[in-house]
Design a protein around this ligand. Structure first.
Ligand code: ZN
Length: 264
């Protein structure tokens, strides 16, 4: 059973793992460095999304190499963490959200493993973008630990690295977005194409532009993030403990492959 966590360095606590080592994986898209260890008989991989030391901006992350490396290692389940701004007044700074949908506003990112180079056009079903099985485990773990977590939330992914304008945030609200971040797409897309179970727990760190007249102090954001990180770590390890080989989801089903039709 191989499980991976993709997130910031704060969510990873090496003291909870045994036999911790650093691995370098070669992929067709480039090299990926990650940490590996064991927890209750499971192989656990931790992949810092922005590279070590948060050195890569969101639009430059090598998402294909990251997911490709996990696939090569035989990882079946990925839980990611994501810091987000909130455009939904019910989702306050410090709150956790089990993301269930996304809206993609990225541009110019390499966001598919199916570039048509092998003569095949592949359309992957995304009616359930986040694994319902892993989402259920996240919500159960939060409940067991007495941590409140929003049952669902729509993640709007922007290109960044700049933050959004108030006009953009109003548009995202009209469209049904709840939270906004810069990294979930194409990560969730590639995991889906690779046939892996993937879920995201988002932590609200601030209100999005123009949502609240109350300005949070930097210290409040840092404090709420630190409080949330402790809960997230506990939730993640409980999910790793309870995830099973036998999962009632469709994530492993290969995407439908359609041969390219020649036109006259
Ligand atoms: Zn799944």
């Amino acid at each position: 059973m191989k499980v991976a966590i993709i997130g910031g360095t704060g969510v990873y606590d090496p003291s909870m793992l045994k036999e911790v080592q650093t691995l370098t994986v070669e992929t067709p898209y480039g090299q990926v460095e990650l940490s590996a260890g064991a927890y209750l008989g499971r192989d656990v991989y931790f992949l810092p999304r922005h590279g070590s030391g948060h050195s890569v901006p969101p639009h430059k992350i090598n998402y294909r190499a990251n997911i490709s490396a996990l696939k090569e290692l035989g990882v079946c389940c990925v839980v990611s963490t994501s810091a987000v701004g909130s455009l939904n007044k019910d989702m306050k700074p410090g709150d956790l959200v089990a993301v269930d949908q996304f809206i993609d506003f990225t541009k110019g990112r390499a966001s598919t493993f199916y570039d048509g180079e092998d003569g095949k056009v592949v359309h992957t079903d995304f009616s359930e973008p986040y694994c319902p099985y892993l989402r259920k485990l996240l919500l159960e773990a939060a409940k067991n630990l007495g941590v409140s977590m929003h049952q669902k939330g729509c993640y709007v992914c922007t290109e960044g690295p700049r933050f959004e304008t108030p006009a953009e945030i109003r548009m995202f609200q009209y469209m049904g977005g709840d939270i906004v971040g810069m990294t979930n797409v194409p990560e969730v897309v590639l995991a889906g194409e690779a046939g892996m179970c993937y879920a995201t727990v988002a932590v609200v760190t601030n209100w999005a532009a123009g949502i609240s007249s109350t300005r949070l102090t930097h210290q409040e954001v840092v404090d709420s993030m630190n409080d949330s990180l402790d809960s997230i770590r506990k939730i993640l390890f409980q999910v790793i403990e309870s995830v099973e080989e036998d999962r009632d989801c469709n994530c492993r089903r290969a995407p439908d492959a359609v041969e390219v039709q020649e036109h006259d």
